[in-house]
Design a protein around this ligand. Structure first.
Ligand SMILES: NC(=O)C1=CN([C@@H]2O[C@H](COP(=O)(O)OP(=O)(O)OC[C@H]3O[C@@H](n4cnc5c(N)ncnc54)[C@H](O)[C@@H]3O)[C@@H](O)[C@H]2O)C=CC1
Ligand SMILES: CC(=O)C(=O)O
Ligand SMILES: [Mg+2]
Length: 445
């Protein structure tokens, strides 16, 4: 019987033993299709005389739908469901990152060079001339990814350890996209002063500090204080990485729709870390018509202190040419709220305030969610560029240069390029280096 479930995006893998005869796999595929479930990769695992074993990736909306598929396949003659596993869980087994040796260690002579006694000479050199640490250690390529777990994606305060998979994901992207070693640092504490003290004390290990998923308002005090005290870049990704990629999207969205960004009314829903970072960078870019809304009165006051006008959600949706939502509340924006011809960036992860397809069906000219308009397009090049020139900070000129470069890498009618675009991260790196050198973001050494 046809299932009532919609097609979903939970990826599961079925390991099936099948009769190996023509048309049998097609019957299996048809039965899965009858359950309104999409099929992804199909892999032949083993081919026997009468049976073969295959793994099929399927996309279900919930566990019940998975059960329906398994029940239906179990009723098919010549099919044995050997195993079912979750692909996301599978890729997380054992964690996603590791510290590896960059040098070969094949002989005892190698050991004596990379470790004691040889290493002692390098230690003494660094003691005499501390700047040699940048030549003889991994420090200039290492970035701390610091969280206290208070705003993990839009999941809220789930604790630092529960946030580790996100931190590992950011570290894996750092390595893959720009060759930076990201080191997750989990601080199980809500007190901004404890986080400041902890980061200050471990800062010598790193070339830069990336704060991640620390909620507002604590994130502002933590970032401002560390930025003032440390001579390496300190950047809260949810504020500034997000702001860069939003500016990039808006440069393209306004170009496509004929709006003038600096003259547009931009409405921000959710004035926490991301909402405030976005508002500040847009203001620095020259946008003056900022309106915004938040459930929290203090957040609204902070927004007004940087020149925004706080109002209701209804007002924002009615009056804005461009709406940017960063609330962590899925489906907050109802289809009837969408202003015709507006641009909507519903950026909450893992689920947006409105699905982009629904926003466009409801009259938006362009819409995107936090999967595509994601700070992962910005942070790798921001940090790589800053590390390369040994910048002491990542200033607004570097952020705006990064945004303009991301915007240029997008295809026609695309707000931003894909995360794995072959050139974007190197192009952002180069733009950030140039802007950093021109704006004096480096310290002489
Ligand atoms: N796409 C991207 O690259 C990024 C997306 N985000 C998303 O933005 C969301 C917020 O993250 P943060 O700013 O770090 O968290 P945060 O906790 O610092 O801020 C959230 C703000 O939203 C407000 N809020 C909650 N419900 C609201 C509602 N119904 N109406 C108005 N305001 C409401 C809260 O009062 C708070 O001020 C998360 O879902 C996160 O995944 C954050 C950073 C990057
Ligand atoms: C993308 C990201 O940093 C977030 O959703 O928190
Ligand atoms: Mg984040």
């Amino acid at each position: 019987m046809r299932s009532e479930h919609s097609t979903g995006d939970i990826a599961k893998c079925l390991r099936l033993m099948l009769y190996d005869k023509p048309g049998h796999l097609a019957r299996v595929a048809t039965e899965i299709g009858n359950q309104n479930v999409r099929i992804g990769d199909i892999r032949l695992i083993r081919s026997g005389r009468t049976h073969s074993t295959r793994e099929l990736v399927i996309f279900v909306s919930c566990e019940d739908q998975l059960e329906d598929v398994i029940d239906a396949l179990t009723l098919l003659e010549g099919v044995i469901v050997e195993d079912v596993f979750d692909l996301v869980q599978a890729i997380h087994k054992g964690g996603k990152i590791a510290t590896k040796s960059r040098v070969d260690i094949n002989t005892i002579s190698d050991v004596r060079k990379i470790y004691t006694p040889g290493v002692a000479a390098i230690c003494k050199d660094i003691e005499q001339r501390p700047e040699l640490a940048y030549q003889y250690t991994a420090i200039p390529n290492q970035v701390a990814i610091v969280t206290n777990g208070t705003a993990i994606l839009g999941l809220g305060d789930i604790g630092a350890v529960a946030g580790m998979p996100v931190m590992e994901g950011k570290a894996a992207l750092f390595d893959r996209l720009v060759g930076v070693s990201g080191v997750p640092i989990l601080i199980q504490n809500h007190d901004p002063q404890v986080i400041i003290d902890t980061v200050r004390n471990i800062a010598p290990t790193f070339g830069a500090i990336k704060l991640e998923d620390i909620k507002a308002p604590e994130c502002f005090e933590i970032e401002d204080t560390l930025d003032g005290e440390l001579d390496i870049p300190v950047l809260h990704d949810d504020q500034h990485g997000t702001a860069v990629v939003v500016l990039a999207s808006l440069l393209n969205a306004t170009r496509f729709s004929g709006l003038m960004l600096r003259k547009s009314v931009v409405g921000v829903i959710g004035l926490g870390a991301a909402g405030m970072g976005i508002s500040k960078l847009l203001t620095s870019y020259g946008v003056s018509g900022l309106i915004g809304t938040d459930l929290d009165a203090d957040a609204c006051k902070r927004f007004e202190s940087i020149g925004g006008r706080a109002c209701s959600l209804t007002d924002v949706m009615r009056d804005s040419h461009i709406v940017i939502a960063t609330t962590g509340c899925p489906q907050l924006i109802k289809p009837e709220m969408v202003r015709k011809g507006s641009v909507i960036l519903a950026l909450s992860n893992p689920n947006p305030e409105i699905e982009p397809e629904l926003a466009v069906e409801s009259g938006a000219a362009f819409a995107a969610d936090g999967k595509s308009v994601n700070n992962a397009l910005a942070f790798p090049g921001l940090f790589r560029g800053a590390l390369n020139i040994r910048a002491t900070r990542i200033n607004d000129k570097m952020k705006i240069a990064a945004a303009q470069t991301i915007a240029k890498c997008a295809e026609e009618n695309e707000l931003v390029p894909g995360l794995l675009h072959p050139e974007v991260h190197q192009a952002v790196t180069a733009a950030v280096e140039r802007a950093g050198l021109e704006s004096g973001a480096i310290k002489p050494w």
